[in-house]
Design a protein around this ligand. Structure first.
Ligand code: MN
Length: 717
């Protein structure tokens, strides 16, 4: 410690350094001192309400964090946590000097600080606010700094006005103490509760403090007697243990009185002992010995080792009637369980070469997922609340690591929670050594081993049935969307192919048929690729498509149709220079129908018939014009297209058109859809008419349909 002169540092910082110096290099310790110097510089002459220099506050926050065994990133963030909000220092400065992690935590703390949630919504929605805090904190250390911040503020509230004190105290009971509980940090939780209790209900606090104090002498005497009896028994059986008397916290005594109207003498755990063993096995052994010594009270044995509490708390609890005829509560747990109970997540905060532990990573991962869900808005929020429902199950990996899963999760959810790729290559799961199916619902304490098939091509669609977590479902769906687009399109094509085979109509004809377009346009689908995707996703089957075309009618028609298929186009009914029987083509750019004034254009390929004012005709040299007239047209219909603009994207306009066309025996053989915006689209509908007057009638008739903006005639294509 050559570079560091401890004597020049404030007491709190010396304490911090003393606590952590074994685990960190001199350079790292210097970074903590730098953070202190930086905070001190920026807070400058700022004072707390109490009149103390402001720096006292961040120093104490950092000290609390150090006492929780947190890492130096957290301690630095604790020192700097008010710098970004209250001084001229910027977040960028902090990042430049102390790195991304520290800056991110400071940023998170500042954001939560700024939330300023109304008391009314706290009363109604405390649970939602807690979830929101968790979700906002992408790094769990944000919450830990915030808890330490609140704890120190509560410890130093005396100079605040009373209404402010009560406000803070209430908020603490509603938000921060439950968060500490959720994270399993008992050491912080009870301090927050007792301090808040003191400010919120000062009279009750004084009463309980007085009673507890009055009975202290008695209680300590009795407690010593119980302890020595228990010690004697346990050492006879060669068990390694520690026994401590346990001070019951004021707030929880009061809660029990408040809840059950019990007089204080009847609160079981006024005297309580805690036995800490070396191993889990010994816990059960000790419980047996305790029950031999004193009579257990039925129904008071709780095995939180076999079934940990949702915040991870593990311990055996029992209450006995002692030889004095009094109730005595005893908690039995291993050293490791004790660490976890006191420091929760922080107990696992073991840094190795600057890397966070697996346990924390899981937490961070889950927080990130919650965060994403949260951001997805209302629909996501429901799922997110469900998942955060605090009713987690705890699962063990074969290596003995603990994983939290939302209640109801299945083996497939578990596989995806380990890693997305493991999920994608899921081949099965062993639960407690037995092969279990995909839909096996995980139970507390299950040991789950995922079997992976490296050669698998990815998830199967019906996994969605078994995936209970929204993030698993999202991952599976994303997989299909992103990587299997092509395969889905192939599937879609196959469905179309099957339909085409059954209907004896080409795939192109099916996909441009009015019936099919009407079906698909419900889903606002524009591109052929998306149509195939939709089909591939199983939205519509080949049978659905076949059902669109009335098969029986189609088959009857086919008998007549097949021999004349090639002459579907109208017969040559145009006379050239007064002569019939000369072959002409009808131009597709303007698609003249009988009644239209027409003109012939002669080219090496023959004569093409246009409407006289067709723009294409004007570009043609005069000499090539041929005079043409309509001949006997009564038995033929001619193709022409109508453009129809509508603001109805539901398909009901198209449906109405198909109905009207059928009623009037107007043949429609192709509909193309173009989306112009949210709910403005244009249909290009090819119909067959006998004359220009019939066409005009149709255009006017369709134009009156509700939702139709504009109808006009265009060429066939
Ligand atoms: Mn603060």
């Amino acid at each position: 410690m050559s570079k560091i002169r401890l004597t020049a540092l404030p007491r709190e910082l010396r304490k911090i350094i003393n606590m952590i110096y074994k685990n960190y290099s001199e350079e790292e310790l210097m970074r903590v001192i730098d953070a202190y110097e930086y905070a001190k510089l920026y807070h400058g002459s700022q004072k707390r309400k109490s009149g103390e220099p402001y720096i006292i506050h961040p120093l104490n926050v950092a000290l609390i964090l150090a006492e929780l065994n947190l890492d130096i990133i957290s301690i630095q963030a604790g020192l700097l946590h008010d710098v970004a909000e209250d001084t001229t220092a910027s977040l960028q400065d902090i990042e430049d000097y102390f790195g991304k992690d520290v800056a991110k935590i400071v940023d998170g703390v500042t954001k939560i600080e700024k939330l300023n949630i109304a008391q009314s919504s706290l009363d109604k929605k405390a649970e939602t606010v807690r979830k929101m805090f968790l979700a906002m904190a992408e790094d769990i250390r944000v919450i830990l700094v915030k808890l330490a911040d609140r704890l120190h503020n509560l410890r130093t509230m005396d100079s605040m006005p009373e209404n402010k004190q009560k406000e803070k105290a209430k908020e603490t009971l509603q938000i921060y103490a439950p968060l500490a509980h959720r994270l399993g940090i008992h050491a912080i939780k009870w301090q927050l509760e007792d301090l808040a209790f003191k400010y919120l209900y000062p009279e009750e606090y004084k009463k309980i403090a007085a009673i507890v104090d009055r009975k202290r002498i008695d209680r300590e005497f009795i407690s010593e007697e119980y302890k020595s009896m228990l010690q004697l028994t346990l050492s006879r059986h060669g068990i390694n243990f520690e026994i401590s008397g346990r001070q019951k916290h004021f707030y929880s005594i009061w809660r029990k009185m408040d809840n059950f109207f019990k007089p204080i003498d009847e609160i079981y755990d006024m005297i309580a002992l805690r036995v800490i063993t070396s191993t889990e096995k010994e816990c059960y052994y000790v419980m047996g010995l305790v029950h031999n010594l004193w009579k257990p009270i039925p129904g008071r044995v709780k095995d939180y080792i076999a079934t940990p509490k949702s915040n991870g708390y593990r311990s055996l609890h029992t209450s006995v009637i002692t030889h004095r005829g009094e109730a005595l509560e005893i908690q039995i747990r291993s050293k490791e369980m004790h660490q976890e109970a006191e420091f929760g997540l922080a107990a696992h905060w073991i840094y190795k070469e600057g890397k966070i532990s697996k346990y924390q990573q899981d937490w961070l991962e889950r927080l990130k997922e919650w965060h994403m869900d949260y951001k997805q808005g209302i629909s996501g929020l429901v799922e997110f609340q469900k998942e955060l429902g605090i009713e987690d199950v705890y699962i063990f990996t074969p290596k003995g690591e603990v994983k939290h899963m939302p209640k109801g999760s299945t083996t497939i959810d578990f596989a995806y929670s380990v890693h997305t790729e493991i999920g994608h290559h899921f081949a099965g799961a062993k639960v407690n050594g037995n092969i279990e199916s995909l839909d096996y619902e995980l139970k507390n304490g299950d040991m789950v081993e995922i079997i992976v098939n490296k050669n698998s091509n990815g998830p199967s669609r019906d996994w969605l049935k078994y995936a209970k977590s929204s993030s698993t479902r999202a991952k599976i769906k994303r997989f299909f969307r992103e990587k299997y687009n092509i395969e889905l399109q192939e599937k879609g094509k196959e469905i179309l192919r099957q339909a085409s085979k059954k209907l004896q109509i080409s795939m192109e004809e099916i996909s441009s048929s009015p019936e099919f377009v009407a079906l698909i346009s419900k889903d606002n689908i524009l591109k052929p690729k998306d149509i195939l995707l939709k089909l591939g996703e199983g939205e519509y089957s080949a049978e659905d498509i076949v059902a669109l075309f009335d098969v029986k009618e189609e088959e009857e028609e086919k008998i007549e149709d097949i021999p004349v298929k090639k002459s579907k186009r109208p017969k040559n009914t145009v006379m050239v220079n007064g002569q019939s029987g000369i072959f002409v083509k009808i131009a597709k750019c303007c698609s003249p129908v009988p009644g239209d004034p027409i003109i012939g254009v002669l080219s090496p390929k023959g004569i093409t018939v246009h409407i006289q004012n067709c723009p294409n005709v004007k570009n043609i040299v005069q000499g090539e014009m041929v005079e043409v007239n309509w001949g006997d047209t009564t038995s033929e219909t001619y193709p022409v297209s109508i453009l129809l603009e509508t603001n109805d994207a539901s398909g009901s306009v198209l449906k109405e058109i198909l109905k009207r066309a059928k009623d009037k025996s107007v043949k429609i053989d192709e509909v193309n859809t173009k989306f112009n915006g949210w709910d403005n689209l244009t249909y290009r509908i090819r119909i067959y008419v006998r004359s220009s007057s019939q066409l005009l009638e149709i255009i006017e008739n369709w134009g009156k349909i509700n939702g139709v903006l504009r109808t006009y005639r265009v060429g066939e294509n």
